[in-house]
Write a protein that binds this ligand. Structure first.
Ligand code: GAR
Length: 207
């Protein structure tokens, strides 16, 4: 059984997709041990509560320094002894100690086709604003392992989504979630849970 922690910051629709997939059997051999938010107002926490899933908030606002927040967060996360950490709209940059502690055991969903529209400053709606400003016709989403860079880790899964005439960032965000994110994030977890993912030479072999 793959034990996972899901890290969130906001609405939690990707968390919901994971919960639904575990309940519905599209994700197998997986248990959500805990949902952790850095934001106490995140609606994602209510989604976890509604399903009786352990949920906690560890906010940087409660600590004197970023270093103290990082240390407390990692210490708490470690107590759950999870096999995989899933960043599902977690808008905190992952720090070196956490990456070292969970090497190839942290995955992230990003709302574009990496390496386009990713890296520092590209998160949430800003990604879709960038897509519309550039005028690309195809966007999508990517699930990748987290390494020391921003959105630079080995890519697990990607799915393309069409940009349509008249799209606003909000409309496009919703389409990317519906047609890509809510499918490939659960799929990536299921493949990891069933031993179908291997990382070698910075690339993912998936079957
Ligand atoms: C999602 O679109 C996710 O891809 C994005 O934040 C949103 C969270 O929505 N993540 C990033 O931009 C990470 N760089 P949700 O809380 O409803 O799942």
């Amino acid at each position: 059984m793959l034990k996972i922690a899901v890290l969130v910051s906001g609405g939690g629709t990707n968390l919901q997709a994971i919960i639904d997939a575990v309940e519905g059997g599209t994700i197998t051999n997986t248990q959500i041990e805990v949902v952790i938010s850095n934001n106490k107002n995140a609606y994602a926490l209510e989604r976890a509560a509604a399903k009786g899933i352990e949920h906690i908030c560890i906010s940087p606002k409660d600590f004197e320094s970023r270093a103290a927040f990082h240390a407390a967060f990692l210490e708490k996360l470690n107590t759950y002894q999870v096999d995989l950490v899933v960043l599902a709209g977690f808008l905190v940059v992952i720090w070196p100690e956490m990456i070292a502690a969970y090497k190839n055991r942290i995955i992230n969903i990003h709302p574009s086709l990496i390496p386009s529209f990713c890296g520092t400053g590209y998160y949430g709606l800003k990604v879709h604003e960038g897509v519309l400003k550039r005028g690309v016709k195809i966007t999508g989403a990517t699930v990748h392992f987290v390494d020391e860079g921003t959105d630079t880790g080995p890519i697990l899964l990607q799915k393309a989504v069409a940009v349509e005439e008249g799209d606003t960032p909000e409309i496009l965000q919703r389409r990317v979630m519906e047609q890509a994110e809510w499918q490939i994030l659960p799929e990536a977890i299921d493949r990891i849970a069933n031993g179908r993912v291997r990382v070698a030479d910075g690339k993912v072999c998936i079957r």
